[in-house]
Design a protein around this ligand. Structure first.
Ligand code: ATP
Ligand code: MG
Length: 207
C-alpha cells in the first residue's frame, strides 16, 4: 500500500567516510520513532568546516554502498549537487516544497548542538521532530543546558534518543587509515573494500 504521508528521516553529514555510527543513528531513530524511510545526505560544501579530503564522488559511492542492503535507507544527492553551501534550513525547506506530503524528522548525533545552526527555530518549525541521538563524549545534561539556553519557540520539537554508544568518528577513521591501520568492523564491509581499492585517506592496503 502506498504511504500517504510518509515519515521520512534525514541524516546529513560529511560522511568522510560513512561509518557504523551514521547507520546506527538512522536505524535507531527509524525503529524508535516509526519512520518509513531514512535518507542519507552527504553535504557538498559544509558550512562549518574545510572541504572534505576526498572527492565528492567517492563519499557518494561509499554512502550508496553503505545504505544498499537496508530496504528503508536511501542515499540522496540533494545537498551534494547544490552549488552553494548546504545549510540545513535550506535543505529542509526545499525538501518540504518538493514533497509537501512528507513528514520530516532530522536525525543527528549529540555533538550537533555544539555548532551554530542557521535559523534553528525555523528548521524545527518545519520538522515533526529533530531527533538527537546520544553520542559518546557528549553528555545529556550538557545537551539539555545548551538547548534551554537557546530559548527557542519550537524547543519542544527536540527529541532526545538514547542509543548504544559507538565511539567511532570519521576523523578517527581517517587517522587510522593514514597510519595504515584497518577500519574493519567500524565501517560496512563494502566501504572498507572501496577504501582499500581506491587507496583513500592514504591507506596503503592490508599488511
Ligand atoms: P568527523 O569526525 O569528520 O566530524 P563524524 O564521525 O562526526 O565525522 P559527520 O559526517 O560529521 O561524522 O556526522 C554526521 C552525523 O552523524 C552528525 O549528526 C553526527 O552527530 C552523527 N554521528 C557521527 N558519528 C556518530 C556516532 N558515533 N554516534 C552518534 N552520532 C554520530
Ligand atoms: Mg562530525
Amino acid at each position: 500500500m502506498p504511504e500517504i504521508s510518509p515519515r521520512v528521516g534525514l541524516v546529513g553529514g560529511t560522511f568522510n567516510p560513512i561509518h557504523l555510527g551514521h547507520l546506527m543513528i538512522g536505524q535507531e531513530a527509524m525503529t524508535a520513532r516509526g519512520l518509513d524511510r531514512v535518507l542519507f545526505l552527504p553535504n557538498g560544501i559544509p558550512p562549518h568546516r574545510a572541504e572534505a579530503s576526498v572527492d565528492d564522488e567517492h563519499r557518494w559511492a561509499m554512502v550508496t554502498l553503505a545504505t544498499c542492503s537496508n530496504p528503508r535507507f536511501f542515499p540522496s544527492r540533494f545537498e551534494l549537487d547544490r552549488p552553494e553551501v548546504s545549510y540545513t534550513v535550506d535543505t529542509v525547506s526545499a525538501l518540504r516544497q518538493a514533497n509537501p506530503e512528507w513528514r520530516l524528522f532530522f536525525i543527528t548525533g549529540a555533538d550537533a548542538m555544539r555548532y551554530q545552526w542557521k535559523e534553528l527555530d525555523r528548521i524545527l518549525g518545519m520538522l515533526e521532530a529533530m531527533i538527537i541521538v546520544s553520542r559518546p563524549g557528549y553528555d545529556q545534561p550538557d545537551l539539555e543546558r545548551r538547548i534551554a539556553a537557546m530559548s527557542l519557540e519550537n524547543a519542544d520539537r527536540f527529541d532526545l534518543l538514547e542509543a548504544p554508544g559507538l565511539e567511532i568518528s570519521s576523523t578517527m577513521l581517517r587517522e587510522r587509515l593514514a597510519a595504515g591501520e584497518s577500519v574493519r568492523y567500524l565501517v560496512p564491509e563494502g566501504v572498507e573494500q572501496y577504501i582499500e581499492k581506491h587507496r583513500l585517506y592514504g591507506y596503503g592496503g592490508t599488511p
